[in-house]
Design a protein. Structure first.
Length: 384
C-alpha cells in the first residue's frame, strides 16, 4: 500500500494560530495575542518545512493551504517566504493551488494584492453570515458591508474566491436562510462552504448551551429543512454539492480539501496541525503541539510534532471510508478492500440501498442526496 496516497495527491497545510478575537462557536486551535514575533514564527515554519521535506523527497506538491486562526493577519512577505521555500523543497505541480483563509475585517486592497504577488491564487473568506445582528451574535468583528467590500476586492485580485456561511443560527428561519443563501449566490461566487452551526464543548457557545443560556437554536427538523433547501438552491444556481458541506461550479472545487477527502498525503505544520504521510509501506498520522509557545520551543529542539502514530491497514480503510463517503463521487470498493484486506458487508450495503440512502454504481458506494443528510448513520452501519 506504499503508493495508495497517490490516489489523493500530496499537499501542505500551514496553521497560523492567531486571531484578532476568539469567536464563541469556534473550537479550532486559535489564540488572541497582541505580541507576535513574526520573524521568529517564519523561521520556525521554514525549519519545519525543511524537516518534513527530508522525509518526503521527490514528491509533487499539489496544494498549499494557509489555515487558522486568521492567516490574513500574516505579513505577505512571510507568506511569500513559506511558498518560495515549499517550492524549492518539493516539485511544484504546474497547476498548484495555493489557498489563504481571510477574515473580511483583516484585509484591504493592498494586502490582497500582496498575497497574490506572493503566490496565493485562491482566497477562502470567513464571512459566516450576511446579517449584521447574526454576525454580532457569532462574535464576528466585521459587518456585512465590510464582507461584501472585501469579497469585491478579492475578486479583482484572484480568479478563485470562496466564502463560508453558517446556517441554523439562533432565531434563524428557513425563509431567512433561503433569502440569505440566494443573496450569497448572487455575488458571482464559484465556491461556497456551508456549515450547520454546531455547539462544541469547550467553546463559549458550549458553556452557554450547558446552562440553558443559548436560546433560539432551531429544532432538528428545522435544521434538516435548511440543509435540504441548501442543496436545492445551490444546485439550481449551478453550484451542486461535491462534498457534504461544500458547493462549487464544475472545476472550482477546493483541490486541497479534495486531498483530505480522497485520502492523500499532507504535511501539517504549525500549532495543532495534523498530517498524514506515507513513509515506505507505513502511513503515519502526525500531530503537532497545540500551544503556540510550546510549539515554538519544540521546533527549536528539533521538531514541532507532539506525536506520530502508525496507522494499521484497517485504520486506513476506516479513515478512507469516512472521508470518501462525504464526496458526491463516493468510495471505490476495490480501494477500500485493498486497504482493509476485507470486503464491505454486502448485506448492509443492500439494506442501505433498499431504503435509498446509498447507491452501488460501477464499483463505488455513493451516498444519495437523502443519504448525505444522515451520513454519520451510514458510516456507523457500515463500520458497526
Amino acid at each position: 500500500m506504499a503508493d495508495d496516497w497517490r490516489n489523493g495527491g500530496f499537499g501542505l497545510y500551514v496553521h497560523w494560530p492567531f486571531c484578532e478575537a476568539k469567536c464563541p462557536y469556534c473550537d479550532f486551535n486559535s489564540h488572541v495575542s497582541r505580541n507576535i514575533n513574526e520573524k521568529q514564527w517564519l523561521n520556525s515554519y521554514l525549519g519545519e518545512l525543511r524537516r518534513s521535506a527530508l522525509e518526503t523527497p521527490d514528491r509533487v506538491l499539489n496544494t498549499i493551504f494557509f489555515g487558522g486562526g486568521t492567516p490574513s493577519l500574516m505579513h505577505p512577505d512571510s507568506v511569500a517566504a513559506i511558498i518560495d521555500e515549499a517550492r524549492s523543497l518539493w516539485r511544484p505541480a504546474n497547476d498548484m493551488e495555493i489557498t489563504l483563509e481571510a477574515n473580511p475585517g483583516s484585509v484591504e486592497a493592498g494586502r490582497f494584492a500582496a498575497y497574490r504577488d506572493a503566490g496565493v491564487n485562491r482566497i477562502s473568506m470567513g464571512v459566516q453570515a450576511l446579517n449584521d445582528d447574526d454576525l454580532r451574535r457569532l462574535g464576528r468583528i466585521h459587518t456585512v458591508a465590510e464582507a461584501q467590500a472585501a469579497f469585491d476586492i478579492a475578486r479583482t485580485c484572484f480568479d478563485r474566491v470562496s466564502f463560508d456561511l453558517i446556517y441554523a443560527r439562533q432565531h434563524q428561519t428557513l425563509a431567512a436562510w433561503r433569502a440569505e443563501l440566494t443573496q450569497a449566490l448572487s455575488m458571482a461566487v464559484d465556491h461556497l462552504s456551508l456549515y450547520q452551526l454546531t455547539i462544541e464543548d469547550g467553546t463559549a457557545f458550549g458553556d452557554r448551551y450547558a446552562v440553558g443560556k443559548l436560546r433560539g437554536l432551531p429544532e432538528d427538523d428545522s435544521a434538516a429543512d435548511m440543509y435540504l433547501a441548501t442543496q436545492e438552491i445551490c444546485e439550481a444556481h449551478g453550484l451542486p454539492a461535491y462534498e457534504v458541506s461544500n458547493h462549487a461550479r464544475p472545476g472550482a472545487e477546493s483541490r486541497h480539501n479534495l486531498i483530505y477527502w480522497h485520502y492523500g498525503d499532507y504535511v501539517g505544520i504549525g500549532p495543532g496541525a495534523h498530517g498524514r504521510i506515507t513513509l515506505g509501506d507505513r502511513k503515519l498520522a502526525t500531530e503537532t503541539h497545540l500551544m503556540p509557545n510550546t510549539w515554538l520551543d519544540a521546533v527549536r529542539n528539533g521538531s514541532g510534532e507532539r506525536e506520530r502514530t502508525e496507522l494499521s491497514n484497517q485504520d486506513q480503510a476506516v479513515e478512507y471510508l469516512m472521508m470518501c463517503l462525504r464526496l458526491k463521487e463516493g468510495l471505490y470498493i476495490d480501494r477500500y478492500e485493498a486497504l482493509s484486506g476485507s470486503s464491505l458487508p454486502q448485506a448492509k450495503l443492500d439494506d442501505l440501498s433498499a431504503i435509498g440512502i446509498i447507491e452501488q454504481v460501477s464499483g463505488r458506494v455513493i451516498a444519495t442526496k437523502d443519504g448525505r443528510a444522515v451520513l454519520n448513520s451510514i458510516i456507523r452501519e457500515l463500520l458497526g
